[in-house]
Design a protein around this ligand. Structure first.
Ligand code: ZN
Length: 235
């Protein structure tokens, strides 16, 4: 089975549509979403609607949580706070209800799916380096975990000699698929991944999308200009 794993869409409809298009072109059997469907971007309702029809395997991100839990916003910086309250005003009640029902983690065919960390998904910590990943490996009862949250694609493994795209089955892996709607690794192309659950091959995907349109929509919506600039820069 080929699984398309997308994360951190952040209300960016142009990037999401492009990612789904690629997923269909590659004939993926399933779409998995690792959360942060909303927040920052100009099309929260449209993105929730696309995910609701494209995927049955969706976990909650911290921005999804922040629009439904007013206390969660306290940890956010000013720009993220502004974007969350803007998003809260835009979201249709049925989409708020949908986000509120999302689980913090999911198991799918022996693969762990979570937005932030395998160890404490509800704390929204980040896996940035080997040390963070080591904590995650300890809590994993499964060999493979897919995450998002940092918006930076990465592959952490207990195997020191990981070469090529096939995962070593004798080791544990935490793979960050990057962000569809707000990449932060200096490359402004959307990022996600395709996992072959039989061959255990993970392929990272990068692709252009109409970033100018999304940036213009952010300006038109009155969202902080920094958010448009960040999309163009990719960091
Ligand atoms: Zn995010």
């Amino acid at each position: 089975m080929l699984v398309s794993i997308i994360s951190d869409i952040h209300g960016n409809l142009e990037a999401l549509k492009r990612a789904i298009e690629i997923t269909e072109d590659l004939r993926c059997d399933k779409v998995v979403c690792l959360g942060d469907i909303v927040g920052y971007g100009p099309n929260p309702n449209e993105c929730v609607n696309v995910i609701r029809s494209a995927s049955n395997h969706v976990v909650m991100g911290n921005h999804d949580n922040a629009v439904i839990d007013t206390k969660a916003i306290e940890k956010f910086n000013d720009i993220a706070k502004m974007a969350v309250s803007w998003t809260r005003d835009q979201l249709q009640p049925e989409n708020v209800a949908y986000l509120a029902e999302l689980p913090l983690s999911l198991m799918m065919d022996g693969i762990l799916l979570v937005h932030s960390t395998p160890s404490e998904p509800e704390s929204w910590h980040y896996v940035f380096d080997e040390e963070d990943a080591a904590e995650g490996f300890e809590c994993m009862n499964t060999p493979v975990c897919f995450i998002g949250h940092t918006h930076i694609p990465a592959h952490f493994s207990t195997c020191q000699e990981q070469v090529g795209l096939a995962l070593d089955r004798d080791h544990k892996h935490i793979i960050n698929v990057g962000s569809v709607g707000q990449p932060r690794d200096g490359d402004n192309r959307l990022s996600f991944g395709i996992f072959d659950t039989e061959a255990w091959i993970y392929r990272p995907v990068r692709a252009d999308y109409d970033v100018q349109t999304t940036a213009e929509k952010i300006r038109q919506a009155g969202l902080p200009l920094f958010l448009a600039e960040r999309l163009l820069r990719g960091r």
